[in-house]
Design a protein around this ligand. Structure first.
Ligand code: ADP
Ligand code: MG
Length: 672
């Protein structure tokens, strides 16, 4: 049911809800609270913690008449308290408050208590009568967007619940097996719990349901690859490739290449994840796999997340593979039509051994003569969708996914089912650790002085700013930054600007200038992302560093230090909170990507780290892959059993599950 038909939701509110991805009554009911306010155990006035949101019980003594204050707002002062102390309440622009509060009655107030122990105060606290608090002791707090507050969402959910009977999607056998509550009950309890135990029961049920759905979807996508590959290969000696390099492959690179080689000889298609920290040399391992495929008479395709990376990969792989007569063809969206035609022809006629392109282009228009190997360079995210699309262009080619996100091995196995994992746990020798410093904006003049000296020495620098949106005014927008800070502070230098609003061709042009050394400094938003390789760049400055996870900062830092000599990463942040300081300082002293990811997990929580943007799995509403890994394991076992019995989920008892899978993976091609 469309959300607009619910009571109290008009066109305007529907638009606001759309921002939260809520379009139907069903969406609304599965928009779960992020927390609850507990009115069942309020603080006496004197015991309320200072400047922390909490619930305080107090009796109202007197409600003042509204007065107009200097800012033009109307202020209503309320004197309240209990036998432990007094509490001054201020309500701004709230004309209804005086009719809501009666002198002599006791209420529950939710908000922060400020002031000092002589004068405690609360500003605009939420108020509940004692009776209301008894009826709804736990009040849901929802993730918010502008114009939609939790009280409003609660009301909408209440309305939706009156209109919608939820069908039970889980087979009854699973409900009994884990003693899970029914869907309808779980939905009521998650939004309107009467006690803590309700929340737990509801969460357990909903988390299980979501993880089972995830596992089923992944299994179904994969079961299509269970058949035999048409590209079974013979072993190939890699010595000629290794010997042609200006350096020796690391042991980790050799091991990963050998693992891949094993896979390529099997009758089933390879499904392998290659994990390695930034700079660990994943490209060379990819080259070895491509080398093997082409020697066996197959074509290989490599998909990159951006055009810039595609161009770069094509270049470096060509250098490695051309000596063996392997023709590398580039295919991107911004190429001229005529060049694209030539490339497509070379691919169709099997003159191209390797095709490098962006996800978008490679998954659409290309006809391969004999595709045997698909490699995806996801940098730090997985795209389930594109991978399956391209894999559909051949009869079950081998697939290799490269990623720089360190996922603990056990978790990776649970997340990606039968995906095999190779890890590059060793950096090429001779890498000098990148000197990393955290500074505040006050030091910016010094910082630019330092940059100047590096530029004098002929090096180049990146400066990363978070956004180009002016509306987020506290952030230094890249454009403004360029104009008002970077250019004035670096007089006479060539400062380029790169941001997400540029067209692909414009981005490529800026990047090329930087690569050729025609720019000294590249100011960019994180769209340049990870993966670009400009060896002469040895400094990276990251503004508003507190905005990123440590893993992301580590990735960005990996942009420098590739060309020998000292390299520097300077994290700029004006946030003085202890936790930010601690995190940035950790990064200054650690170079190991796995350690950094672990710290990130511990300090920011898995929600951030495993946000769907990073791993490319559908975004989960309630489950947490790290925290709920035990349920994930159970769900995986159950999913395997269900798929073994009914691989397409077409039995009546699995109809609900099939619907859930379709919903969770909407936009992905799962069920076909
Ligand atoms: P990433 O794993 O981040 O994709 P790359 O494949 O881009 O890393 O490699 C980073 C740099 O290290 C490249 O310049 C590459 O030529 C170099 N490199 C790769 N393997 C080795 C090695 N065994 N010895 C020395 N340098 C290497
Ligand atoms: Mg790379």
């Amino acid at each position: 049911m469309d959300i607009r038909y619910l009571k109290g939701i008009g066109e305007k509110r529907a638009q606001m809800l759309a921002k939260l991805n809520i379009h139907t009554a069903e969406d609304l009911l599965s928009f779960y609270p992020r927390d609850y306010v507990d009115y069942s155990a309020p603080y006496p006035v004197a015991q309320a913690p200072h400047e922390v949101k909490c619930v305080v019980r107090a009796t109202v003594y007197e409600v003042g008449a509204p007065t107009r204050v200097r800012s033009g707002k109307k202020l209503t002062r309320v004197a309240a308290g209990d036998d432990t102390g007094s509490l001054a309440l201020s309500y701004f622009n709230n004309p209804y408050i005086s009719s809501k509060l009666n002198s002599g009655e006791t209420y529950l107030f939710f908000g922060k208590v400020g002031g000092n122990f002589l004068h405690r105060e609360m500003v605009n606290p939420v108020v509940l009568t004692q009776k209301q608090a008894q009826q709804t002791p736990l009040v849901a707090v929802y993730p918010q967007t502008e114009g939609v507050n939790s009280a409003f969402l609660s009301k909408c959910v209440q309305n939706a619940l009156e209109h919608l009977e939820m069908d039970e999607p889980l087979p009854h056998s699973l409900l009994t097996k884990y003693r899970l509550c029914e869907k309808q009950e779980a939905i009521v309890k998650i939004h309107f719990p009467k006690q803590r135990a309700d929340i737990q029961a509801a969460r357990r049920r909903l988390i299980y349901e979501e993880l089972l759905t995830l596992q089923l979807g992944l299994l179904m996508m994969r079961s299509r690859g269970k058949t035999l590959t048409s590209a079974r290969m013979k072993p190939v000696a890699l010595t000629p490739l290794w010997d042609s390099l200006p350096f020796a492959p690391t042991r980790a690179q050799q091991r990963a290449a050998a693992e891949i080689m094993e896979d390529l000889q099997k009758p089933q298609p390879m499904n392998r994840l290659l994990q390695g920290d930034v700079g660990s040399g994943k490209t060379l391992v990819a080259a070895a796999a491509i080398y093997c495929a082409v020697q066996n008479g197959y074509q290989a395709a490599l998909m990159a997340p951006t055009e810039i990376l595609a161009v770069q990969h094509a270049g470096s792989l060509e250098r490695m593979l051309a000596p063996f007569g392997i023709c590398v063809v580039l295919l991107t969206g911004s190429m001229k039509q005529s060049a694209k035609k030539l490339a497509l022809k070379a691919i169709a006629e099997h003159r191209a051994g390797l095709v490098v392109g962006t996800h978008a282009v490679l998954s659409e228009k290309v006809q391969f003569a004999n595709l045997g190997l698909v490699i995806t360079d996801e940098q730090h995210r997985f795209g389930v969708r594109q991978r399956t699309l391209l894999a559909g262009k051949a009869k079950h080619p081998h697939t290799l996914v490269m990623s720089a996100t360190p996922i603990p091995r056990t978790l990776g196995l649970l997340m990606f089912g039968d995906l095999d994992i190779s890890i590059l746990d060793e950096l090429p020798p001779g890498r000098i650790p990148i000197k990393t410093y955290a500074v505040t904006g006050k030091k910016r003049a010094d910082l630019f002085g330092f940059l100047s000296r590096q530029l004098d020495a002929g090096r180049q620098a990146y400066i990363v700013c978070p956004l180009i949106e002016e509306s987020e005014s506290e952030l230094l927008a890249a454009q403004t930054y360029c104009k008002e800070i970077a250019r004035p502070l670096l007089p006479g230098r060539r400062v380029g600007l790169m941001h997400g609003r540029l067209k692909a061709a414009e981005k490529a042009a800026v990047m090329e200038q930087f690569q050729k050394g025609e720019l000294d400094v590249l100011v960019s938003t994180t769209v340049i992302e990870v993966g670009v390789d400009v060896p002469n760049a040895n400094c990276i400055v990251i503004e508003n560093a507190e905005r990123y996870g440590l893993s992301a900062l580590h990735q960005l830092r990996g942009r420098v230090g590739r060309g020998g000599g000292e390299a520097y990463c300077i994290l700029v942040s004006d946030h003085v909170s202890e936790s930010v300081k601690k995190r940035l300082s950790f990064l200054c002293h650690t170079t190991d990507g796995f350690e950094i990811a672990k710290f990130d997990l511990e300090t920011r929580g898995p929600g951030d780290f495993f946000g769907s943007r990073q791993h490319g799995l559908p975004s989960l509403r309630i489950a947490d892959l790290m925290a709920d890994s035990r349920i994930l394991y159970a769900a995986q076992q159950d999913a395997l059993a269900i798929c073994a019995d009914d691989p397409t989920l077409s039995k009546t008892v699995h109809k609900g599950l099939a619907h859930l899978v379709e919903q969770l993976f909407s936009g992905e091609t799962v069920l076909n």
